[in-house]
Design a protein around this ligand. Structure first.
Ligand code: ADP
Ligand code: ZN
Ligand code: ZN
Length: 741
């Protein structure tokens, strides 16, 4: 038997399988996924690698074949299934096998247990002073420094003394022997779970919730595993439904993974799960140290955990008998990885579930087009919740036409209507949330008099103003010169759209000097806990107005908020990618859902220059299906996902000319392998950030209805890039069905 091994070196040329002999001392000890050390390269450098298979036959002369050195220290066998999943991810999303393996492997790095050491003074003050005199007399400066510090403050941090006061460990030991002080060691436990969690009783499900759970369970108990969508507005009781499903799966002796976007992974959410499932629950989040993560994975492998809650990466929890994966807020963009392999957690979860005989439950009030499309085509079963459990009414939504405001001579960011309503709420001592739904740079050019937006005639997405003023399409590279007057109405109120949270805050301060205002954006949340603190202050009603960007937080209820203002719906509507209408609809719907949660009726004002755009109209009337129909028409017409599939080929490098040439070669190659032009090739275009610190970026887009054909084209391109000269100076990555540009 020979072992097939993938070595831990990220390099396209080495992304292949190497055969090694198995030494007798390792016989029977290797399984698929075992991490080993092997001699590699000309110098036989010790290199880590993973066993991904075994073969009876040697690919070449066994006498020349190298032998595995041994097991990697701290290495562990991972589930063969996870290795297979990594293989599928590499195949589907591109990248190297080692990148895929590193994505799915449990984090193994064992960090030393953190200890907190403190130094305590054992002497009385009088004894201490005497001893200090003695140290000074004998010129024992270090000891004197420590003692003087302890007389000032009788307990001191060990690290502080040794690192900051430069006292050696030996000095402290001597002083301990002399009975002057004592070093106390306290273990810091790395469990992130709250100790205060109480067992919560499960609520009696409503008939609607019961129906959803039973529909799932009917299939599950017959071992019919599939994909489900729990479709219901915020507050309709989706989380209760997930918990009931999870609890039934656990009763079968199986385990569950619950994915939640990081931003929604609040303390309250965790407490709810903890209250229901006790310490069989574990959490992952990005602020945890490697050691903390690794501890949780150890607990999983020891069988101490049945439910893992976390963001995207929790999907790869090494459960041995996984029965259910839940993905809450499945439409969120954060489920798509931004590093190779650029996998989507939803598709990957469906894959993992199919491999392991498990089900997937997706949940959202505003499902992704992909998921709703899957429901329509029978690949996903819809479980609908139509009522809010508290019976709370949906807010009333008004659309403020900002073109009208301009006609009336109002050039401020606030419409007359919204200003009036803010004044009213301040008087009533009710709270207000103002959203500026921007995401990164908004480069589009629009007319404030008529709402006209400059778009690409080929791609039907907004053109972006580049620094040189020219208007550029980020998909196909189409360009137009800068314009001074609106081609539609002739007005000169045409230009870029500028608005920042800081400006909004200043303006609000001027208009409503008496109002207590909080601002939440990247600036004010940068500090640790900044985010939680702002929410807490607002929740305690210590502020009247909260201004912010992406604050649509699940798990935070502000019952006193009766007015939500969306200041510029156009900001996300005309961002330059094909998902901008979908993202806007989601943002508007979710923002609107923040108003009137406490049984009081709420109102929402959407300010826009495009009141007739279907994303705005459908959000205002809370009509998801109406939006879906319109948006699918656009996607089908233009060949965007999910009507079709899109593959981005991201190329970066320092040599701009060479980069264009390489893109040209790839285009030519694609033409050769697809002579009838089934695959539509667009670009190369330069994204808005076309050049970052002297590295140029170019993107080719490939459109094709059948995913398999695009994946095949990707594989052929990967082989072509590897086999031919000229591509070495560039980094070339693939992104299947990208979330944006
Ligand atoms: P979603 O996840 O759809 O936002 P939740 O499951 O968080 O909804 O439910 C919203 C609120 O309603 C929560 O406070 C929850 O405890 C409560 N709730 C949900 N289902 C029920 C029920 N069957 N009976 C009583 N309260 C419920
Ligand atoms: Zn105009
Ligand atoms: Zn275009």
């Amino acid at each position: 038997m020979y072992a097939d091994i993938i070595v831990d070196i990220t390099h396209e040329k080495l992304d292949k399988i190497f055969q090694y002999r198995i030494p007798s001392h390792l016989e029977g000890m290797l399984t698929i996924g075992t991490e080993v050390v092997v001699p590699f390269g000309r110098g036989n450098k010790e290199t880590r690698g993973y066993v991904i298979g075994f073969s009876e036959k040697a690919d070449y002369d066994p006498a020349k074949m190298k032998e595995i050195t041994g097991l990697a220290e701290g290495g562990m066998a991972i589930e063969a299934k996870l290795v297979a999943l990594a293989g599928w991810m590499k195949e589907t999303y591109g990248g190297t096998m080692i990148q895929a393996l590193k994505t799915v492997l449990p984090i193994k790095k064992q960090e030393r247990k953190k200890q907190k050491r403190t130094v305590h003074l054992l002497l009385s003050e009088e004894e201490g002073r005497e001893r200090l005199e003695m140290y000074l007399h004998k010129n024992q400066k270090a000891r004197a420094r420590v003692l003087a510090g302890l007389l000032d403050q009788p307990a001191q941090d060990y690290e502080f003394l040794t690192k900051k006061l430069h006292v050696s460990a030996a000095v402290l030991r001597t002083m301990e022997e002399q009975g002057v002080l004592k070093v106390r060691v306290r273990q810091m436990y790395r469990t992130p779970l709250p100790a205060s969690a109480r067992k919560t009783e499960k609520v009696a499900l409503t008939p609607e919730q019961t129906k959803a759970v039973e529909a799932f369970w009917q299939d599950y108990r017959q071992e019919k595993y599939g994909t489900y969508l729990v479709y219901g507005v915020t507050g309709s009781g989706k989380t209760e439904v997930y918990m009931e499903m999870i609890s039934r799966v656990l009763e079968q002796g199986r385990q569950a993974i619950m994915l939640i976007p990081e931003i929604a992974l609040t303390y309250q959410t965790v407490l709810r799960f903890y209250g229901r499932f006790g310490d069989r629950v574990s959490i992952l989040h990005s602020r945890m140290s490697q050691g903390e993560r690794s501890d949780q994975m150890e607990r999983v492998k020891a069988g101490e955990v049945d439910v893992m809650i976390g963001p995207r990466s929790a999907l790869f929890t090494p459960f041995s008998n996984l029965g259910l994966i839940v993905i809450d807020e499945e439409h969120e963009g954060t489920y798509k990885s931004e590093q190779a392999p650029r996998y989507h957690a939803r598709e990957t979860a469906i894959r993992r579930a199919r491999m392991e005989g498990a089900s997937v439950v997706l949940g959202s009030a505003t499902p992704s087009l992909e998921t709703f499309y899957a429901c329509r085509s029978g690949r996903c079963r819809m479980l609908q919740l139509t009522n809010r459990t508290g019976g709370g009414e949906l807010p009333q939504v008004l659309v403020a036409d900002m073109r009208e405001e301009l006609r009336k001579g109002n050039r401020s960011i606030l419409s007359g209507r919204l200003e009036e309503m803010i004044r009213d709420r301040l008087e009533k001592k009710e709270q207000i949330m103002l959203f500026l739904n921007r995401r990164g740079y908004a480069g589009f050019v629009s007319c404030r008099a008529c709402g006209y937006v400059v778009k690409c005639p080929h791609c039907d997405v907004s053109l972006s103003a580049h620094r040189n003023g020219r208007l550029v399409c980020h998909y196909c590279g189409y360009e137009e010169p800068a314009i001074q007057t609106c081609p539609s109405c002739g007005s000169s109120y045409i230009g870029g759209f500028k608005a920042g949270t800081q400006q909004v805050e200043e303006m609000i301060h001027k208009r409503f000097p008496e109002a207590r205002v909080l601002r939440m954006d990247l600036d004010t949340t940068r500090k640790k806990d900044g985010y939680e603190k702002i929410l807490e202050t607002f929740s305690d009603e210590e502020a009247d107005i909260l201004i912010g960007t992406q604050m649509i937080v699940k798990g935070h209820d502000f019952p006193n908020v009766t007015l939500v203002g969306i200041l510029a719906a156009d900001l996300s509507l005309y961002s330059d990618d094909y998902r901008s209408a979908e993202r806007t609809f989601q943002l508007l719907t979710q923002a609107a859902g923040r108003a009137g949660r406490g049984g009081r009726s709420g109102e929402v004002v959407i300010q826009t220059y495009s009141p007739d755009h279907y994303a705005v109209r459908m959000a205002a009337s809370q009509n998801y299906e109406g939006f879906y129909e319109e948006e699918m028409r656009y996607r089908s017409l233009m060949g965007y996902p999910p009507a079709s599939h899109l593959l981005a080929v991201l190329m970066t490098g320092a040599d701009e000319e060479g980069l264009m040439k390489a893109a040209g070669y790839l285009k030519e190659f694609l033409h050769k392998i697809d002579p009838r032009g089934r695959i539509q090739v667009i670009g190369p275009a330069s994204p808005y950030v076309g050049k970052v610190s002297d590295v140029y970026r170019r993107v080719l887009y490939l459109k094709e209805e059948e995913e398999a054909i695009l994946i095949e084209a990707k594989n052929r391109m990967e082989q072509y890039i590897e086999a031919n000269r000229g591509f070495e100076p560039f980094r070339i990555q693939f992104d299947l069905d990208p979330m944006g540009v």
